[in-house]
Design a protein around this ligand. Structure first.
Ligand SMILES: Cc1cc2nc3c(=O)[nH]c(=O)nc-3n(C[C@H](O)[C@H](O)[C@H](O)COP(=O)(O)OP(=O)(O)OC[C@H]3O[C@@H](n4cnc5c(N)ncnc54)[C@H](O)[C@@H]3O)c2cc1C
Length: 190
């Protein structure tokens, strides 16, 4: 899709090689792409969309045995409060959230790092990122909290780019497009 313009009480959508006319159009691209295609239709909307900042994250997936799986609390995972001073942002208990993705006797924990406040992690090697995750899932400054144990297997994944930063950026927070986006982002479950 290259452009969407208002025409004859509807919308003309051009994909370069082909143009078609529609009564209504739903655009579900990342906001910078939406801004480009809507520029001719509504410059103000396009500017608001392109002002939305994105940040990247890194995921590391850890595999554990049955003993660890039994010791983990129920639920879909956890968020790490900023006051903990750790680089891990959150982790998903994949075996609970998507049970078909893990054997019944294994735990799969997907850890998230990066985001708007730690973009420098994207410069780190996979080995360095794994080291951070191993250290942060096995050290425990508060003894009453449960450690995760050394994982049986690990799998670092490449940076996952382009997440709109809905709440962390002041200009995004006041952007009328982001206010709408936030409704969607609030439904994401880690
Ligand atoms: C690491 C990570 C983990 C996540 N985990 C979860 C989770 O466990 N549960 C959950 O609910 N959500 C999760 N999310 C969020 C979820 O992935 C996103 O909210 C969801 O993918 C957004 O879907 P979307 O269709 O809005 O956008 P996208 O999936 O980004 O789709 C946008 C589409 O637009 C297309 N496009 C771009 N430009 C054009 C153009 N000019 N013309 C035509 N098409 C175009 C792109 O090719 C793409 O296919 C996670 C996100 C990340 C980064």
């Amino acid at each position: 899709m290259q452009s969407v313009i208002r025409q004859d009480n509807g919308w003309t959508v051009s994909a370069g090689y082909q143009t078609d006319h529609f009564d209504a159009v739903i655009i579900a691209t990342p906001t910078h792409a939406a801004a480009a295609v809507l520029k001719a239709a509504d410059e103000n909307l396009a500017r608001n969309l392109s002002d939305i900042n994105y940040s990247s994250s890194v995921t590391v997936t850890l595999g554990y045995d049955e003993k660890v799986r039994r010791s983990l609390p129920p639920g879909f995972g956890f968020l790490v409060p900023r006051s903990e001073g750790r680089r891990m942002l959150a982790a998903t208990f994949v075996h609970n959230k998507f049970p078909h993705r893990a054997p019944e006797n294994r735990a799969i924990v997907r850890c998230f790092l990066g985001g708007a406040r730690d973009e420098q992690i994207l410069q780190s090697s996979e080995a360095e990122i794994l080291q951070i995750v191993r250290a942060e899932t096995t050290s425990n400054r508060r003894p009453q909290r449960r450690n995760l144990y050394s994982p049986a297997s690990t799998n670092g994944s490449p940076p996952w780019p382009n997440i709109p930063s809905a709440t962390s950026n002041a200009s995004n927070a006041s952007n009328p497009c982001v206010k709408n986006f936030r409704l969607g982002a609030g439904r994401q479950r880690l």
